[in-house]
Design a binder for this molecule. Structure first.
Ligand SMILES: CC(C)(COP(=O)(O)OP(=O)(O)OC[C@H]1O[C@@H](n2cnc3c(N)ncnc32)[C@H](O)[C@@H]1OP(=O)(O)O)[C@@H](O)C(=O)NCCC(=O)NCCS
Length: 174
């Protein structure tokens, strides 16, 4: 299901996004902050589109003005979550291409996913986590209503940062 605001469209990733994905996801300031290594080739980006991104819980963030995929937002069901959570809960995740940082785009995208998770999917609680040295990510969640649980946990499944604790944030359905 596509979701949108005036300036962004959340839609499935397409194979034709591979070069754009590589352009933005090869940035060393993006993936490692979210627990994954920078992409090394267009082929790798294509492979990610065909595997990791080919699920209906993950959207490309399309900048409507250009039609370019400038980020990714989605949620992990309990079975795939980094956190130990109940079946009617999920974990959100996101990244935005560096040239587009600081324009409120991630907050806008996450808010669409939050509304979708509560009202379309019926989740009762949403979770999120971020490295303490990446406060912008915590701020995005805070702006969408998440609260700091005070908990810090390790995420052993992360490709980057499995040895560093993340801060855990939580949003309960009103
Ligand atoms: C984190 C990220 C998704 C934010 O995207 P964005 O579109 O720039 O986010 P927004 O503009 O909606 O909001 C960012 C907020 O963080 C704040 N912020 C930015 N840098 C900050 C810092 N160093 N310390 C505290 N807050 C910071 C901004 O001021 C803004 O808050 P404000 O609106 O109250 O001023 C983006 O930087 C990114 O993709 N980073 C790399 C990948 C990543 O970290 N993913 C999340 C993994 S948990």
């Amino acid at each position: 299901m596509n979701l949108q605001t005036n300036r962004i469209l959340l839609r499935p990733w397409r194979e034709s996004d591979a070069e754009t994905l590589f352009k933005y996801a090869s940035d060393t300031e993006v993936g490692p902050r979210a627990g994954w290594p920078p992409h090394k080739s267009v082929e790798e980006s294509m492979n990610i589109i065909r595997t990791v991104f080919s699920v209906d819980t993950m959207w490309a963030v399309e900048w409507k003005e250009t039609g370019e995929a400038i980020g990714c937002v989605g949620y992990l069901p309990a079975s795939a979550s980094n956190l130990k959570i109940a079946d009617d809960q999920c974990e959100v995740g996101y990244w935005i291409a560096r040239p587009y940082w600081g324009k409120g785009i991630c907050t806008e995208a996450l808010q669409l996913v939050v509304d979708y998770c509560f009202h379309e999917k019926g989740f009762s609680v949403l979770w999120g986590d971020y490295f303490p040295e990446n406060p912008a990510s915590g701020r995005v969640m805070e702006k969408c209503g998440f609260v700091d649980t005070g908990e810090e946990v390790l995420c052993p499944n992360l490709e980057v940062g499995a040895d560093r604790p993340v801060k855990v944030m939580k949003l309960e359905k009103k």
